[in-house]
Design a protein around this ligand. Structure first.
Ligand SMILES: [Zn+2]
Ligand SMILES: [Zn+2]
Length: 171
């Protein structure tokens, strides 16, 4: 086994926390390794947007835009891969478009109709909530009263990061 094969196998075998520590060390090794990790994990999304706006706004904007393109260093300002606070999935900030996030704004709650739980005994089976994965049809979304096994959701839009959510609140 070559050392490349071996290190690839080691990456698969390692705990995610171990990989985080390793990657943080790689970042502090040199400017090149830092730039490499930045280009993988960050995007210059907001800079791109403001350049676009400047070029749309007319003459002066075009000048600013060409200056910005000449600038060598990319100014990253957005984390690329984040966990959405709505659907709780990881998303890619460069591919976050309307309609890619589908979620419920409420909570999944047990339908307490005893007919839904014919052989349930709390002394033996514990809490209703422990059975969400096994019997989603016995739960209702508090927001729209859809059953847990219904594919339909009540909210559709873009993914939302915790960072974006916080900045939206303050501004
Ligand atoms: Zn809902
Ligand atoms: Zn989402």
């Amino acid at each position: 086994m070559s050392s490349l094969d071996l290190v690839l196998a080691a990456i698969d075998a390692a705990d995610p926390d171990r990989l985080r520590i390793t990657l943080k060390r790689v970042c502090s090794l040199s400017n090149d390794t830092l730039e490499l990790v930045c280009s993988e994990l960050l995007v210059a999304e907001k800079a791109a947007e403001s350049q676009k706006k400047a070029s749309e706004s007319g003459g002066n904007g075009k000048e600013d835009n060409s200056k910005a393109l000449k600038r060598k260093r990319v100014e990253y300002n957005t984390i690329r891969f984040q966990t959405c606070i709505q659907c709780e999935q990881e998303f890619d900030a460069t591919k976050n478009e309307e309609g890619c996030c589908r979620w419920h704004k409420g909570e999944l709650e047990a339908d307490e109709d005893p007919n839904m739980w014919p052989d349930f005994e709390d002394w033996r089976d514990g809490e209703y909530d422990d059975w969400k994965d096994e019997f989603p049809e016995r739960f209702l979304w508090s927001c729209c009263k859809r059953r847990g096994d219904d594919e339909e959701v009540c909210c559709v839009g873009k993914h939302m990061s915790a960072q974006e959510h916080a900045s939206g609140k303050s501004g």
